[in-house]
Structure formats: structure tokens, C-alpha cells
Design a protein around this ligand. Structure first.
Ligand SMILES: [Zn+2]
Ligand SMILES: [Zn+2]
Length: 275
């Protein structure tokens, strides 16, 4: 069994729970620990069962709750050398690299180099038994290694940060628009759609769109753009969901080769990021 739930997604905070039969890990801790723990409790998950925190990169929306979470849960943190240096993390850290798979109990983790304006950003692919999933966010381009992962995955949490036209017409200063659009920025709806069109296999059954910009995207626009693109692939039938900043996503579950969603998208106004 392998499951993925986004506890929070977007520039105000990112955190996901990945679970197998024997392991529960967090990917990033970009919300206050209290928010993270409350959202886990809401899902019936015990924060204390968490075995490790995997960190993608040092941007605040991914690490703001890291120190407190790692200390409170007394668990190791896996991160790249560059992220380790940038966060100056002082707890129990395991430095991993892009070609450095590792395991946490029955969870196999493949770190992938992301293309993002951080010191040494990573994305992560996961396998437990025959179940395969990946979380691909904070990358300006879909790398060949990411395409390879998508070809085998049954589930993806995939960045759909912005709509290029909405971004260009919007109020962001030019340098910020350039940063977001660059190869070291964020994947647009169209880029996410292209990745799926090119590399999804018929095994891919579910995608949760992630890291949507509040200013430069909407849930409807991301969903429509990507649904339309993927509809060109007659051999692929997948369900799209959208992760949101003040909501816990549906849980994607892969078990014995079968994919299913558990729960509804849960908007939790009472759990909005409060320190
Ligand atoms: Zn970032
Ligand atoms: Zn981010």
C-alpha cells in the first residue's frame, strides 16, 4: 500500500504525508507544526507515528515548520547537501543526493534533481511493493528523470503553478514574472499538461495538481487546461484533483495495483495556518 495526501499546498505552505504499511513520512513542513499536527489528526493520523521528514528545498513555504516538527517528533530529516547548508538544520539530518535512493522502512525513495532557484532542490518518487507515486513540485521544467518517473507512476502530485497568460497580464513585477516563468521557476498548467501528455502511461490513474498560485491561477483553470490536454491521450484515463492552500487533499491510495481516492477534499477553515 502506498498513499499520498497533501496537508497543504501553495506558496503559503507545503506539506504532504506519504504512507505505506510500515512507514509514515512527511514531505516538507511548510506550515506551523500546530497546523500540520491538527491536519494529521483530522485525517486520523498520529503525528508521533511519523518516521522522517523529507525536505525538497529551503524556501520558507517548505521549511517554516521544519525545526519544530523535527524536534517535537524527534525524527530524522532527509535533505540535499545544499538544502542542509541553506537551512542550517542542526538536528538529525541525512544528506541525500539526486542519484541517491534510500529507504525508510518499506518505503523506497528516489530523490530527483529539480530545476528551481534554490541551492540544491529535490523532488521525490516513491515505491512500496509494486505501488509507485511521486511528488513533483517547485521545478521550472520537467526533467528527463521526471519524465521517466511519470512513465511508471500510478499517482502524481504535480505542480500546476500558474497560467502563463494570467501571470503575464497580472500585477506581479516583471522580475518576479520572469523568475516564475524561467527554467528555475515553477511548472505552469500547460507544462504540467505536456508532461502528462508525453509521458503518462495507462498505469497513471490519479493526479493531484499542486502548488497553485493564488494570484496567477484558479482551480478551474488548472483543471480545465490539463483535462483538455490529457484528453488527447485516448489510452490514458486518470482522475484529476486539485490541492489547495486551506484544505487537505483527498488521499490517493494505491493498493495491489489498484488506485482509489479516500475522503473528499476537506476545507478546514478552522485549521488555517496559525502559529
Ligand atoms: Zn521554492
Ligand atoms: Zn514552493
Amino acid at each position: 500500500m502506498l498513499s499520498v495526501t497533501l496537508l497543504a499546498s501553495g506558496s503559503s505552505g507545503n506539506c504532504a504525508v506519504v504512507k505505506t504499511d510500515d512507514a509514515q513520512v512527511l514531505v516538507d513542513a511548510g506550515t506551523p507544526y500546530k497546523t500540520l499536527a491538527a491536519r494529521m489528526a483530522y485525517l486520523g493520523l498520529e503525528p508521533a507515528d511519523t518516521a522522517a521528514i523529507l525536505v525538497t528545498h529551503e524556501h520558507t513555504d517548505h521549511v517554516s515548520g521544519l525545526r519544530v516538527a523535527a524536534r517535537r517528533l524527534d525524527i530524522p530529516v532527509y535533505l540535499s547537501k545544499g538544502t542542509d547548508r541553506k537551512t542550517a538544520f542542526t538536528g538529525d539530518s541525512h544528506v541525500v543526493g539526486a542519484d541517491d535512493p534510500f529507504t525508510v522502512r518499506d518505503l523506497h525513495v528516489q530523490p530527483l534533481a529539480a530545476s528551481h532557484d534554490a541551492e540544491e532542490p529535490l523532488a521525490f518518487a516513491f515505491r512500496s511493493g509494486d505501488s509507485r507515486a511521486a511528488i513533483l513540485t517547485d521545478t521550472g521544467i520537467a526533467t528527463p528523470a521526471m519524465h521517466k518517473v511519470v512513465r511508471k507512476a500510478q499517482f502524481l502530485a504535480l505542480e500546476a503553478n500558474h497560467d502563463e497568460q494570467v501571470l503575464m497580464a497580472g500585477r506581479y513585477p516583471a522580475y518576479l514574472k520572469q523568475r516564475i516563468l524561467s527554467d528555475e521557476g515553477h511548472l505552469s498548467n500547460a507544462q504540467a499538461g505536456c508532461l502528462l501528455m508525453e509521458s503518462a502511461s495507462d498505469a497513471l490513474s490519479g493526479v493531484t495538481l499542486a502548488h497553485l498560485s493564488e494570484q496567477n491561477n484558479t482551480v478551474q483553470l488548472a483543471r480545465e487546461t490539463i483535462s483538455h490536454m490529457i484528453s488527447h491521450r485516448n489510452d490514458v484515463s486518470l482522475e484529476l484533483d486539485v490541492g489547495q492552500r486551506h484544505a487537505v487533499s483527498r488521499t490517493a491510495v494505491i493498493e495491489d495495483g489498484c488506485f482509489s481516492w479516500q475522503g473528499a477534499l476537506r476545507t478546514l477553515p478552522f485549521l488555517i495556518n496559525r502559529a
